[in-house]
Design a protein around this ligand. Structure first.
Ligand SMILES: CC(C)(COP(=O)(O)OP(=O)(O)OC[C@H]1O[C@@H](n2cnc3c(N)ncnc32)[C@H](O)[C@@H]1OP(=O)(O)O)[C@@H](O)C(=O)NCCC(=O)NCCS
Length: 333
């Protein structure tokens, strides 16, 4: 096997691998994913888009002059995640007659370049199928986020009857009320066993962002009241683009779901979901998309029990930065 940098000229061959993998995985129970990427043109377009992102780099595995597998990653720098690399859904492809083990070889070689350049945190977003994920677990990745779809065509809109709960759509006069929910998700995500940091300097921005939800085109907020007191919020966004490998057409994204602690476990979120999705269905939406931290016990259990099906997972590998100098060659003597 020969390993060479991935070039634009390899897109056609790469798209064939991506297309083949996508088709096979979609056939293994991920049929809610968009069928569009079972067309070669769409797979090719996805690869072109990925390569057009600044700093995207990759490695290709060739045998007997043919592309057998590739791995593409995008080194990125921002204040939330620092120096890190994204491997997007279109960033990996393999000839189905080869062992998925080849991904481990590609990662070892490409990852070495990232680590050498101070990119220690590696994120991989890919389709959710046990055998497909296995090689990544075996190079030290762990599950972080679930991406899921709910088929509105088959949804049973019945919800647990709790006559104490009333639900209505939010409007511009609800700004302060919607903003009052702003810290529920950050606090839940900072708590055990998620332990995802909620940076103090980000909280004012999140507060402002909640207020702006009511002004956004294509965004719908729903509020729930228990005995007349506001206790729950759901926010849905229309997904406009039709270019994402993970998002089918006619999809609404459930982007915020929060129930005040004292009102949890009484059907608030279930009622909001049911009312909001009935409304979305009547407006032509056919799928609801959402994501959650796999370590968030509340949301991961809740969305699964509501029928959301995990179609993709984000995995993360965090390399100990000391590896740059604690490499077995430096001896303190
Ligand atoms: C996840 C979350 C939104 C769920 O909200 P909730 O209002 O407690 O949800 P519900 O009461 O409808 O359902 C919760 C459980 O209560 C039970 N329940 C629902 N209605 C009930 C009723 N009338 N009587 C008794 N129990 C009931 C169900 O068994 C349900 O189980 P499930 O979670 O496995 O589906 C809430 O826990 C929350 O705000 N968490 C913190 C923020 C967060 O994590 N948000 C999600 C980010 S992705």
């Amino acid at each position: 096997m020969e390993f060479v940098p991935f070039q634009e000229s390899m897109v056609e061959a790469g798209a064939k691998l991506l297309w083949g993998n996508y088709r096979a995985l979609r056939g293994k129970g991920l049929t809610l994913l968009p069928q569009r990427f079972e067309e070669l043109d769409s797979a090719q377009e996805a690869l072109h888009r990925l390569l057009a992102q600044p700093r995207t780099m990759g490695l290709a595995a060739f045998l007997k002059g043919e592309l057998r597998a590739y791995l593409l990653g995008t080194p990125t720098v921002n204040s939330i995640r620092g120096r890190h690399v994204w491997i997007h859904p279109a960033g990996l492809g393999i000839d189905s007659s080869f062992s998925l083990e080849l991904f481990r070889d590609l990662y070892a070689r490409l990852g070495a370049i990232w680590v050498h350049n101070g990119f220690f945190d590696h994120f991989l977003l890919t389709l959710n199928e046990p055998a497909w994920l296995e090689p990544w677990l075996r190079v030290g990745f762990g599950y972080e986020q679930a991406h899921a779809l709910l088929d509105l065509e088959t949804l049973d809109f019945d919800h647990p009857p709790n006559p104490q709960i009333t639900v209505r759509q939010g409007n511009k006069t609800d700004r302060t009320l919607v903003q009052s929910f702003y810290d529920i998700i950050p606090r839940q995500h900072a708590a055990a066993p998620v332990w995802g940091v909620a940076l103090p300097e980000d909280l004012p921005e999140i507060y402002e962002g909640y207020g702006e939800l009511l002004d956004e085109e294509g965004t719908t907020t729903w509020l729930a009241f228990l005995d007349g007191h506001p206790v729950g919020l759901h926010v849905y966004r229309t997904l406009w683009d039709g270019v994402d490998l993970l998002v089918p057409a006619g999809a609404a994204r459930l982007t915020v779901a929060s129930t005040r602690e004292e009102a949890r476990g009484r059907g608030v979120s279930s009622t909001l979901l049911s009312v909001a999705l009935q409304d979305a269905y009547s407006k032509g939406f056919r799928v609801c998309e959402t994501d959650w931290r796999i370590t968030n016990l509340l949301s991961s259990r809740h969305w699964e029990s509501k029928g959301f099906k995990e179609v993709a997972r984000r995995l993360v590998r965090k390399v100990d930065p000391r590896i740059v100098w604690a490499d077995g060659y430096n001896v303190l003597a």
